[in-house]
Ligand binder design. Structure first.
Ligand code: FDM
Ligand code: MG
Length: 212
């Protein structure tokens, strides 16, 4: 007797500097995957809708000041509060497209001068992304895009430091996409990588944990 086994969805994370195009690429990738019949949810971190997320939002819009370590831990807590929901969604066979995750958490805090290892510890045992789509853009180019500079961190020298910490986190799950290309070319690269990782998760690839 054959028993149908639900195959899990993929945890796909989009990362990159501010104004690298993550949010619009995420939206376009979600509709492409849905047209192919995949079950997909779009998430983002910080999730500003929760109580913790609202504290983060006030910090980012510069209406609140917080100690660097305290805000780092709030960003992490904002992921931990979604952990069980993230895992059950994946187990139900739904793919998550997530705009920023722990990789932003470490890169942005380390760029402020916090210890890189200390920054990673708050992420330990959260689900690891099956695929990190990194939209690689020159910080100078990003700074010329609309509405840049309104929020905290949107400053070219700071973004340059963030980029070096992103670089330090690259591993085999990362796909670096040149975000200076046209919107269509970027989308094409994302589609191929996403389709392939969704397939391997359906074939039983194990959900890994951050950072051993
Ligand atoms: N950011 C985002 C962090 O500093 N730590 C985190 O853990 C996360 C998820 O928050 F500048 C920063 C990155 C960015 C800002 O993100 C808000 P959006 O994607 O621009 O809303
Ligand atoms: Mg931003």
């Amino acid at each position: 007797v054959k028993v149908a086994v639900e195959k899990r969805g993929a945890l796909i994370v989009l990362e990159g500097l501010d104004r690298s195009g993550k949010s619009s690429q995420c939206r376009a990738l979600a509709s492409f995957l849905r047209e192919r019949g995949e079950s997909v949810e779009e998430w983002r971190f910080p999730d500003r809708t929760t109580a913790i997320g609202q504290m983060i939002s006030s910090y980012l819009s510069q209406t609140a000041e917080l100690d660097d370590s305290a805000i780092h831990l709030l960003f992490a807590a904002n992921r931990w509060e979604k952990k069980s929901s993230m895992e059950s969604t994946l187990r139900n066979g739904t793919t998550l497209l997530v705009d920023r995750y722990s990789y932003s958490g470490v890169a942005f805090s380390a760029a402020k001068g916090l210890d890189f290892q200390w920054c990673s510890t708050s992420e330990t045992a959260l689900p690891a992304a099956d695929l990190v789509l990194f939209l690689d853009i020159d910080p100078e180019v990003a700074a010329r895009r609309g509405e840049y500079g309104l929020e905290r961190y949107e400053e070219v020298d700071f973004q340059r430091r963030v980029a070096t910490y992103y670089q330090a986190m690259r591993d085999s799950t990362w796909q670096i996409v040149d975000a200076n290309q046209s919107v269509e070319e970027v989308q094409e690269a994302l589609r191929e990588a996403a389709v392939s990782v969704i397939q391997s998760c359906k074939s039983g690839a194990e959900l890994l944990r951050l950072w051993p």
